[in-house]
Design a protein around this ligand. Structure first.
Ligand SMILES: [Zn+2]
Length: 684
């Protein structure tokens, strides 16, 4: 029975009916599917039967399917092909969605039924996946206070309210600080070293503000190239000091009190819910599990990476001394001399590599890699509806020609698409009534466009980005679970980057590159020497980069892995946290925490370590492939069976150990990054 005859979003569809969707369809579709979801949940709560896994947990899991479809179509469009109208709808529907979510989480009758089943877990005959589902459903409530007394519940709501106001305020202050500073340059000689495109951009910025000269700001596209290329050391210092002092001026935009309040409220929230610290609360749902594990992970990496980082630092210091008689290397010298040294050592620029990476060749190459690893076939199809003519669609099948997935790929930038690259899901994989519904997966990128004369030629960075997103896509496409919320990339946060980062490794291997890295005119395969250079350049200053990531991870844990109530001076606290990773002299007028948006505004609190954690996993996994051949069918099959197809159905450490035979070790990463052996680069 069709739900509505005049709204394509509310009709049954086998794939997203983009060309029939009009903007005015969205809001009614949201309202209607929220209503349907509510009715489905009411059926659970009003049931006269005793709660069982099937009538409660499974029914809850499969409720709101319509809403999920509408939500994913809408928000993917809002990222990939948006306009003012869609953005306006997003603002209207977002509160409706969070209200609905809240209603579910606060639904006492529903929680009581879920809890009843949860408490019987051990006596029920459940599969591993079902146990995980039950655990997750229960925790969705309990981690939001469902088990607390009414008083404590009220307290929790109050904390949540304050926290959301504070992180909003934190972000607004950082933004306002970013916007209120500008570096106006009026003498052309002060621009020495900067590429023309950067100068043009700065000139345009000045014009926009009705000023003569060139303006540089604290926004990354302006700030980063200035620090990298500007020869004028005093100006680099001025810009760097401004950048490092965001939220640290003791004025109306200061974030020091906000940081203290945020960490204390998070701590109180965690205590209310029975956790030792905020980090304990967060890590309960992470592969790393405990703050102690994160802390020892970071300090082990630190011990191993520090000698290399110190070696690189003194090498850079000597280089700067020889070149410009710099006596003491400061933070504002890092990017500038780093870039100069890199050029001297590698002389590797994008223009030399790009002819080997024609987009079509890279796509064919990546499909070939997927075929050799997982026996997948990709066939472009033209009958699937898309939201833009640029979007390509592929039918993915296995050796027996069974459908595996529908794959969308949207490669080039255009107005209305946000920056970056990402993988997204239109329909997850799941099994219902014995039917295995195959997933609809998409990747969206912003790669160099073809011109009239040349095809789309990718930079090496774009090539690795494509492999990265495709790695996520494989995680989605090869999913083979029963429940949609545990399928594909629905895994713990510090595990989700394994399949993506792992696949990037193939971009550095001769055996893989010779499949697709062919000069688009001469058809010559990329020379081995060039590959060697790419590999070496990718490890350039890896020791210092590693130390930097560790320092942020440690700062994050220093705020969230303890009782913060005694911290009064945030700069002193930060300095202490940075001490073990320090290379450059401290800058007293700067503070990182007051603009550390990742952890105080976004959702990365107690999670910054994940970046390095995922690298350890990917390097450890890839080493296993290397030992057996990077196209080893056997290892690929095992990775598919134990990791890719299993989604979040079991604890990631269990899945990983089943695949690898042991816990992940950081050695493979340190070896790959050249940090295990002594750095021996001879400078003249
Ligand atoms: Zn990723």
């Amino acid at each position: 029975m069709p739900i509505s005859v005049d709204n394509p979003l509310l009709e049954e569809f086998s794939f997203a009916p983009f060309s029939n969707i009009k903007n005015e369809h969205f809001k009614p579709a949201f309202l209607r599917s929220i209503e349907i979801a509510k009715t489905e949940i009411d059926l659970v709560t009003s049931s006269k039967e005793d709660p069982t896994f099937k009538n409660t947990i499974e029914t809850l899991e499969f409720s709101g399917k319509q809403l999920d479809l509408v939500t994913s179509i809408f928000f993917n469009l809002n990222s990939a092909e948006t306009n003012d109208e869609i953005q306006k709808i997003a603002q209207e529907v977002s509160p409706l969605l969070s209200e609905f979510k809240n209603d579910v989480i606060l639904n006492k009758a529903l929680f009581e039924r879920v809890k009843t089943v949860y408490l019987q877990m051990e006596s029920l005959d459940l599969t591993i996946e079902q146990r995980m589902l039950l655990d997750q459903k229960y925790k969705a409530f309990s981690r939001n206070g469902a088990n607390l007394s009414e008083d404590k519940k009220k307290e929790l709501r109050e904390i949540d309210k304050q926290l959301s106001t504070l992180s909003l305020k934190f972000g607004e202050n950082v933004l306002a600080e970013t916007n209120r500073f500008e570096l106006l340059i009026t003498k052309e000689k002060d621009l020495e070293g900067l590429p023309d495109s950067v100068k043009e951009e700065a000139e345009a910025t000045a014009k926009e503000k009705n000023k003569e000269g060139w303006i540089f700001t604290l926004e990354y596209p302006s700030y980063i190239p200035f620090m990298k290329y500007a020869k004028n050391r005093e100006l680099r210092k001025e810009l760097a000091l401004a950048f490092g002092a965001k939220g640290f001026h003791n004025d109306e935009l200061d974030n020091q009190q906000n940081v203290l309040q945020i960490v204390n409220l998070r701590y109180q929230r965690a205590r209310l819910l029975g956790f030792e610290t905020h980090a304990d609360f967060v890590l309960e749902e992470r592969m790393a599990e405990k703050p102690e594990k994160v802390k020892s992970f970071l300090s082990e990496l630190l011990t191993k990476a520090k000698p290399a980082a110190q070696g690189e630092f003194s090498e850079l210091e000597n280089f700067a001394k020889n070149l410009d008689q710099i006596d003491r290397l400061e933070k504002w010298d890092a990017a500038y001399y780093g870039e100069k040294l890199k050029q001297e050592l590698f002389d590797l620029d994008d223009e030399k590599l790009k002819p080997y990476f024609k987009l079509e060749n890279v796509i064919d190459g990546i499909f070939e890699v997927a075929n050799r690893l997982y026996e997948l076939n990709f066939e472009e199809v033209f009958e699937v509806d898309t939201y833009h003519p640029d979007v390509k669609t592929y039918q993915v099948t296995d050796v027996k020609n069974n459908p595996v997935a529908l794959f969308y790929a949207d490669f080039h930038p255009r107005p209305g698409k946000r920056d970056g690259a990402w993988m997204t899901v239109y329909r997850p994989q799941y099994v219902q009534n014995d039917k295995n519904y195959r997933p609809h997966i998409s990747i969206v990128c912003n790669f160099t466009k073809p011109t009239k004369k040349t095809p789309s030629l990718l930079t090496f960075n774009e090539v690795t980005t494509l492999f990265h997103e495709f790695g996520h896509a494989l995680h989605g496409m090869l999913a083979d679970t029963t429940y949609p919320s545990l399928s594909g990339t629905s895994v713990y946060w510090d595990f989700v980057e394994l399949p993506s980062q792992m696949l990037e490794n193939w971009c550095y291997e001769q055996e893989a590159l010779q499949i697709f890295a062919k000069h688009y005119e001469t058809k010559e395969i990329i020379p081995e020497k060039l590959i060697e250079k790419i590999k070496k350049a990718s490890n350039f200053h890896e020791g210092m980069a590693t130390l930097r990531q560790i320092s942020f991870g440690m700062l994050d844990m220093s705020w969230h892995g303890i009782d913060p109530s005694k911290i009064k001076d945030i700069k002193a606290h930060e300095d202490a946290a940075f001490e073990p990773t320090k290379l450059y002299p401290d800058v007293p007028q700067n503070c990182m925490s007051t603009s550390f948006s990742h952890i105080f505004q976004g959702g990365y609190s107690s999670g910054y370590y994940s970046y390095k954690w995922a690298e350890v996993l990917d390097a450890d996994t890839f080493e296993y492939f290397q030992e057996n051949g990077i196209f080893s069918r056997e290892i690929a099959q095992s990775f598919r069976d134990h990791v890719l197809s299993r989604g979040g159905t079991e604890h990631p450490m269990t899945l990983y150990k089943r695949f690898r035979g042991k816990e992940p070790q950081p050695d493979a990463l340190l070896k790959r990054a050249g940090l295990m052996k002594k750095q021996r680069r001879i400078m003249d």
